[in-house]
Design a binder for this molecule. Structure first.
Ligand code: PEP
Ligand code: MG
Length: 595
């Protein structure tokens, strides 16, 4: 018997799309920094305060230096992670909390920092939304910097990598991730993390494939082991045999070719014949958007403004919002003279809770969320609309209302928008008077009543993430009901059809900005049914673009007829495989394209 270790494929979370092969570089660096805890002697509190203030200033200087260096080096927006850390160290409530632990409880500065960080971590961990829970990592990062600065200014532990490798880590802080030498890091594999962690978002933005949630991977893998990392499907293979390695290398080559074609080819979403289905990107403020142009995004189809409300005690001011919207509008313009920024107004509630704003509700998905929240908090709504209007002279902005369920919400929103416009007019501030407004169609009632809603707006954007969950009564985040969460369910197809027809009849355009837009079988079907724009995570644009380049408008018409005439009694799996079969009949090498 051979002693050769067995090939092993481990399944984790598909965190950032793409493939990589290389030797493992193991990093176990995130064990908490040990913190001594003791009472400072009476009378020595001010000395301890001074140590804390010095450490705080040092961390501020380091962060400012890091932000400036990153801007200079990469010009990328991933500095936002550190701007967020800078905001944390400037946060008066954080400073107060540490200082009162020192002066009132006579705690040493390091223990006071840890106590404050523990409280912040507990606060974030209680939140329902995965994105907000992940902000615990930012608290860890800032805490670590402060503790190291208090400990005599030891530098942030740096992962020193000098040759190409796949980094296999227990976890990575955003600081560590962004400082890694990009030319050498072929991929990330982490034990912790999630698909919404900052590191995941950085990896996606940087185009570095990543798999997370692989418990114990740093013990299973040894330094130097060859790792096959599949960020598209969330798998890691170790001790692969020769033929698996060769197949994997082919896959990497194909993916490379596809990305190059996407950059060099026609605008994303151009059909082989008969027009185009422009492909836009979904973005979150605070998350890098630098790579969108390279991936072919032709505009921003969904700007999730609620992410500006993250990590803070107070709501963002009009000025802060204005600056963020202006920067995004300018960026959108850089994608093309006519490229638009579709700015969705605050969509909180449901699974997106914000401390101090959202109330506890027994059934939050059906509660006072999104547009309902805004209409019951007019000041917040008006402020946001004023900021968006002010930014509208820097690039083309469309305003989008989430969770619309009835006409009255559009009528009321129009009044708030009118009020924001007249405030600006009175103050002599310029803005786009004709700013387009749109309704998200993500509640079944909105789709059923789309013809009436269309009269009030310039466009629809179908949020299939919510439309599917509300129509099929299947929580989009609950594993136990994923088998019921079926975008191709006949009921969904009917609602899509009604929405597209209502848009057509009223001369407005209709997009899809739910995740299904990036699914080859489903996204192509939405286009076939008459959707004008598909908006998705930018990394998924090259594959979708390639598919459209292989189809004609006639093919799409045929696909819509095929899918919409499938027997309603057909099960979900059969329906999906029939649609996939149709697509393969037109694109026989479909599996080679979806890499
Ligand atoms: C949707 O519901 O499809 C959507 C795009 O909005 P979100 O995922 O932010 O709820
Ligand atoms: Mg939604």
């Amino acid at each position: 018997m051979s002693n050769k270790p067995q090939m092993q494929t481990l399944a984790g979370l598909a965190t950032a799309r793409g493939y990589a092969i290389g030797p493992a570089f193991i990093y176990r660096g995130n064990a908490a920094v040990p913190v001594p805890e003791y009472c400072v002697e009476v009378g020595c509190e001010s000395e301890e305060m001074l140590r804390f203030r010095r450490a705080l200033n040092e961390v501020k200087r380091d962060l400012e230096g890091l932000i400036a260096a990153l801007r200079e080096r990469t010009g990328r927006e991933d500095v936002m992670v550190f701007e967020c850390h800078l905001m944390m160290v400037d946060d008066p409530s954080l400073i107060d909390s540490v200082e009162s632990a020192i002066t009132e409880d006579r705690l040493n500065a390091a223990a006071a920092v840890r106590r404050t960080a523990d409280r912040a971590r507990a606060q974030f961990a209680r939140m329902n939304d995965a994105y907000f829970r992940e902000r615990v990592r930012d608290v860890d990062d800032v805490e670590r910097r402060l503790l190291l600065a208090l400990d005599g200014g030891a530098p942030e532990p740096y992962v020193e990598i000098k040759s190409p490798c796949i980094l296999v880590a227990d976890d990575l802080t955003p600081s560590q991730a962004v400082q890694l030498p990009r030319e050498f890091v072929l991929g990330f594999v982490t034990e912790g993390g999630s698909t919404t962690s900052h590191v995941a978002l950085l990896a996606r933005a940087l185009g570095i494939p990543a798999v997370s949630g692989l418990k114990d991977i740093t013990s299973i893998v040894q330094a130097g082991d060859t790792i096959l990392l599949d960020g598209t499907n969330g798998a890691v293979t170790v001790n692969a045999d020769v033929s698996t390695v060769l197949d994997f290398r082919d896959l990497i080559e194909r993916q490379k070719e596809l990305s190059e074609e996407a950059v060099l080819g026609a605008p994303a979403g151009t059909l082989k014949e008969g027009g185009e289905v422009p492909l836009y990107a979904n973005v979150h403020p605070g998350v890098p958007i630098g790579g969108l142009r390279e991936l072919g995004a032709r505009g921003i189809g969904l700007y999730r403004s609620e992410y500006l409300w993250l990590n803070r005690e107070l709501e963002p001011t009009e000025e802060e919002q204005f600056q963020a919207y202006r920067d995004a509008a300018v960026f959108a313009k850089s994608l093309g003279e006519d490229a638009t920024l579709t700015l969705r107004v605050l969509d909180i509630g449901g699974d997106k809770t914000v401390a101090g704003i959202t109330q506890h509700e027994t059934n939050p998905f059906l509660g006072n969320r999104s547009i309902r929240y805004l209409l019951s908090h007019r000041e917040t709504f008006e402020t946001q609309l004023r900021a968006a209007l002010r930014a509208s002279v820097f690039g083309k902005i469309c305003i989008m209302y989430p969770m619309i369920s009835c006409e009255e919400e559009l009528v009321e929103s129009a009044k708030v928008l009118e009020k924001a416009k007249s405030d600006l007019e009175a103050a002599g501030i310029p803005f786009d008077r004709e700013i387009p407004v749109g309704a998200m169609i993500e509640v079944p009632a909105a789709a059923l009543n789309a013809a009436a809603l269309a009269k009030h707006v310039n466009f629809f954007s179908i949020g299939t993430n919510d439309l599917v969950q509300y129509t099929l009564a299947a929580d989009r985040g609950n594993d136990a009901v994923t088998h019921l969460y079926q975008p191709l369910h006949p009921a969904i197809l009917k609602l899509m059809r009604m929405t597209v027809d209502a848009a057509r009849a009223n001369g407005i355009y209709v997009g899809v900005c739910g995740e299904s837009a990036a699914d080859p079988v489903i996204g192509v079907l939405w286009a076939a049914m008459g959707v004008d724009i598909l908006s998705m995570s930018a990394t998924y644009i090259p594959v979708m673009s390639k598919l459209f380049s292989r189809l004609t408008r006639n093919d799409l018409d045929e696909y819509a007829r095929f899918a919409e005439s499938l027997d309603v009694s057909m099960g979900a799996a059969d329906r999906l495989s029939a649609c996939r079969g149709w697509l393969i009949s037109k694109i026989p090498d479909l599996d080679n394209i979806i890499v």
